[in-house]
Each structure stands twice: as structure tokens, then as C-alpha cells.
Write a protein that binds this ligand. Structure first.
Ligand code: GRF
Length: 215
């Protein structure tokens, strides 16, 4: 990755993770240039956060495209205007087609609110409570063609309180996300972490497991 890694952040919603990146950038602690924030929803509050921070925005509504491939091609063409080195999915609620993922192979990050490989998919907080899991958290990983299955980089975990609601648990996990996502992105931007042949390498070592931080 180049020294100042040009980055596109893709969102669909409120963008609290996006805000964490913006705040760190304002503090001079981010090794990324936040070039553009892209949304598939024009009403995503994250677009307001981006504009308030003086970051360029772009939006294409997926519903206006015939299929996933044509939407993804349009997104790729739009993003090409900024020549991003890295794509950060921050609550981007669209599954990316294989062609899109290949185009940016090893250069797309996602954060998933569970300790992958546990609980891929939606509604993770309630599923953790229902399963009686002792631990929960969030995982930053490289994106591959399989949903929520790419190699992990960094996990933040906390002990589950069985009395708490899914909403309370979600709020605690989100606080963790705001710390681990920019940290993992900084590692990738600085070259400390890379994805090679679908696996994570950290400091030149193949890493079968993500780094785990307990909060
Ligand atoms: C996060 O919880 C993340 O794990 C998931 O989508 C959520 C986005 O939240 N992928 P926000 O829009 O950043 O507040």
C-alpha cells in the first residue's frame, strides 16, 4: 500500500464506524486518505457525516439497476474516479459480486458484528444471547467471494452478560468496532497486514487466526 492510502468507505446507514475513521483522521492518527464515501441509499446519515467532514460523496441506488452485476459495475466505475487503494465496508448492506471482489482482491475490508467464524449473517446479537455464548464481539476481515468468510485481521471481544438485551449488547460491541476497525485499517495501509492468496499475513508471518483484543 502507498504511504497515504487512498480509501473509499462504503455505507448504507448511520455511519458510526465512518465517524470513528473521520475522528481519528482529524486527530492525525489515520494512515488513510478518506477520498470518498459511497452509499447505496441516498438517505444514509453517513453521507451527512461525510459532507460535514468535507469528504466527497457518491450515491447509486441499487434498486435502479437490473441486477447485482450491473449495480456493482456502476459502483466500480464511480469509485474509479477516486482511484482508491482500499475499500472499507462500514455497514454496507449489499453482497458484492465475485467480479467486484476480484477487481479489488485483497483490498476490501469489512467489519462483522460477531466473532467469526461464529454467527455470519444478520441479527448476530440476539443469536449470541439465544446461544448462551460466553463471548461476543466483532471481526475485521478481508472480503472474499464468500459472505463473512474472508480471512480475519483483528477481533475485539467482550464477555456477554446473559441479562442484557440485544440492544445493550449491540451498543457495547459498537464501541469496540470504533476502535478495532481504524486500527486494522491502519495496519493494512501501513503494509503491516496483507492478504496474500486468500490468507492474512501479519508482519511477514502467515496468520491463521486474527489478532484478538479483549475489552
Ligand atoms: C456495524 O455494526 C457493523 O458491524 C455492521 O454494520 C454496522 C454498521 O454500523 N457491518 P454503522 O453504520 O457504522 O453505525
Amino acid at each position: 500500500m502507498p504511504l497515504r492510502c487512498k480509501t473509499a468507505i462504503l455505507i448504507s446507514g448511520t455511519g458510526t464506524n465512518l465517524q470513528a475513521f473521520i475522528d481519528l483522521a482529524n486527530d492525525g492518527q489515520l494512515a488513510l486518505d478518506l477520498s470518498v464515501v459511497f452509499s447505496n441509499r441516498p438517505d444514509a446519515y453517513g453521507l451527512v457525516r461525510a459532507r460535514n467532514a468535507g469528504i466527497a460523496t457518491a450515491c447509486l441506488e441499487h434498486g435502479k439497476f437490473a441486477d447485482r452485476e450491473s449495480f456493482d459495475s456502476a459502483v466500480a466505475a464511480e469509485l474509479a474516479n477516486w482511484k482508491p487503494d482500499l475499500l472499507i465496508l462500514a455497514g454496507f448492506m449489499r453482497i458484492l459480486s465475485a467480479g467486484f471482489v476480484e477487481r479489488y482482491a485483497g483490498r476490501i475490508l469489512n467489519i462483522h458484528p460477531a466473532l467469526l467464524p461464529l454467527h455470519p449473517g444478520l441479527d448476530t446479537h440476539q443469536r449470541v444471547l439465544d446461544a448462551g455464548d460466553a463471548w461476543h464481539g466483532s471481526t475485521v476481515h478481508f472480503v472474499t467471494k464468500e459472505l463473512d468468510a474472508g480471512p480475519g485481521i483483528l477481533q475485539g471481544r467482550l464477555a456477554v452478560n446473559p441479562q442484557e438485551s440485544a440492544e445493550q449488547l449491540a451498543a457495547r460491541v459498537q464501541m469496540i468496532e470504533h476502535q478495532i476497525y481504524p486500527q486494522a485499517a491502519n495496519w493494512v495501509a501501513s503494509g503491516r497486514v496483507e492478504c496474500r492468496d486468500g490468507q492474512t499475513w501479519i508482519d511477514g508471518q502467515l496468520s491463521a487466526e486474527p489478532v484478538v483484543k479483549t475489552f
